[in-house]
Design a protein around this ligand. Structure first.
Ligand code: AHR
Length: 524
């Protein structure tokens, strides 16, 4: 059993045998036993044509008084660049399975509706070229979701030809005529979205037949992506842990095991929101400890869900060639009063910061299988990084956690074993702390520790094996209340502050504030 599994087993143990108010937690950080690479793509984002996610959030148009570059707002681009966003999933979501790419290219855009999300007008002014321009501005890669539900394989194949073919074909010439002569790079291809639900209510077998066809015919012609940097194809996967979802994973992975030269996949998608129960009814602001603890308890279910589907994948793909791609995750709460319910508008609080850290840590512990994830969603929708209102913009607590985790992108997982202790509120008992560690490309050791307890601070003693520390310092994120938020009027109420740690040889000690997320680097 690897050390990370030991750590989780210990957490599980403490849930059944509570330790009385352990104020000091000892971490054993084994820097001599490196684990898997924490793929930077687990820090991916999702931007759907939904509410103000694209329009107003990213796209204001070149004639806007809001400062922009070719219609894309500069403040949002500047904020996102800091996060080193590895990939952006677009154009949906449910929207993708009704999207017609031709409506969003060229000088004359076709105006349609967005029936999934409020039935509002979809001007298609933000289309393929604008999305790729946005990616270029923030320095990210494309994760395109093609329309399987109401489109055709030919339509999807032509979209990819338009985007990736060298300028010799008619479609590539059309792209050049629209301002981009060079082939675009499409790093990831999502074949459908939630095909078991909004993507067409398909059975696993029906979807599998579609998957094979799309995988075969939707080609990437970019000369630079033929050997190195090949486009990775991601199949629709499960949306929960119940039998209908395990059957879905079984069907796709069993077929993968027997696949022939003519089709292939590199990833299986999984969607899991932290909701507690549908429809989402928990408030995103104006809540107390009960809602804080219940949401965190529910979010920790991500661990069991990943383990369950990973075990099925291991049966058919023991070499772990197919990644589990958690391409929709995050907190989904009740719409803010007064907002359009179809726009999925919610606030983003300190609770979301803690929730983010817990999920990123789960992904990191499963780094050998979970090699990509996309939080839902990037701007103004669900658990967003950024909230805008006309010319105003505010960065959320979730944004700051993503920023603090940048050093973990492509770092090597380092096992951390610990007895997490417990925090109890009412009928909810949670691990008191969570932690991960990793070494970056320069060998520097990074440690993340989350204190879930909203009332008690915790003393951390980290004992390092394999390195002798010289100094340690970093940042911590906390706020006065579990539902503290950033607003346009008070934008930095929840923002990271410097934190220092004491170092004695191989021992690092520091104090964690209640309900906090802390990242430190250890010089050695
Ligand atoms: O993120 C919002 C929606 O949630 C997506 O469009 C869909 O895939 C999921 O159900």
């Amino acid at each position: 059993m690897c050390r990370s599994r030991v750590a989780f087993a210990l957490i599980a143990l403490t849930l059944t045998a509570p330790v009385l108010n352990a104020q000091k937690i000892v971490l054993s950080v084994d820097a001599s036993t490196p684990g898997a690479k924490i793929d930077r793509n687990i820090f991916g984002q999702f931007a759907e044509h939904l509410g103000h996610g694209i329009y107003d959030g990213i796209w204001v148009g070149p004639d806007s008084t809001i400062p922009n570059t070719r219609g894309i707002r500069n403040d949002v681009v500047d904020a996102l660049k800091v996060l080193k966003v590895p990939n952006v999933r677009w154009p949906g979501g449910c929207f993708a399975d009704e999207y017609r790419w031709r409506n969003g290219i060229g000088p004359q855009r076709v105006v349609t509706l967005n029936p999934n999300w409020g039935g509002v007008v979809e001007p298609n002014t933000f289309g393929t070229n604008e999305f790729m321009d946005f990616l270029n501005q923030i320095g990210s890669e494309a994760y395109l979701s093609v329309n399987v539900g109401s489109g055709t394989p030919r339509e999807a194949a032509e979209w990819l030809e338009y985007m990736t073919a060298p300028p010799s074909t008619t479609l590539a010439k059309e792209r050049a005529g629209n301002g981009h002569a060079a082939p675009y790079k499409v790093a990831f291809l999502g074949i459908g979205n939630e095909s078991w639900d909004c993507g067409g209510n398909m059975t696993p077998d029906y979807y599998l037949s579609q998957l094979k066809i799309y995988s075969r015919f939707v080609r990437n012609f970019n000369p630079a992506q033929q050997d190195q940097q090949q486009m990775l194809k991601i199949a629709v996967g499960p949306g929960g842990g119940e039998p209908r979802w395990t059957e879905w994973t079984e069907t796709i992975m069993k077929a993968y095991q027997q696949h022939t030269w003519s089709w292939d996949i590199n990833g299986l998608s999984m969607h899991s929101y932290t909701v507690v129960k549908w429809p989402p009814s928990y408030a995103s602001v104006g809540f107390g400890e009960t809602e804080y603890s219940r949401i965190l308890k529910t979010t920790l279910d991500m661990e069991g869900l990943i383990s369950k589907h990973s075990a099925i994948m291991d049966k058919y793909d023991p070499q772990k060639k197919v990644a589990l791609v958690v391409d929709e995750w995050g907190g989904w709460y009740a719409p803010l009063p007064g907002s359009n319910p179809g726009f999925l508008v919610q606030q983003n609080s300190l609770r979301d910061a803690v929730l983010t850290a817990l999920n990123l840590n789960i992904f990191a512990r499963h780094a050998d299988r979970v090699r990509m994830a996309n939080i839902a969603q990037m701007i103004n929708v669900l658990q967003a990084m950024v909230i805008t209102d006309k010319e105003k913009m505010v960065l959320t607590p979730t944004y700051y956690v993503f920023k603090m985790y940048v050093p973990f992108q492509d770092a090597t997982f380092v096992p951390v074993a610990f007895d997490a202790g417990t925090y109890t509120h009412g009928d909810v008992t949670l691990p008191r702390v969570d932690a991960i560690a990793a070494r970056d490309a320069n060998g520097k050791l990074w440690l993340e520790i989350t204190n879930l307890d909203p009332n008690e601070s915790v003393e951390i003693e980290a004992n390092l094996t394999g390195i002798s520390a010289k100094s340690a310092a970093g940042e911590t994120l906390t706020a006065p209340k579990v539902d503290s938020v950033n607003t346009f009027e008070a934008p930095t109420g929840v923002a990271p502050k410097p934190v220092s740690a004491r170092v004695q040889g191989s021992k690092v000690t520091l104090k964690l504030e209640p309900k906090s997320v802390t990242v430190i680097s250890i010089e050695h």
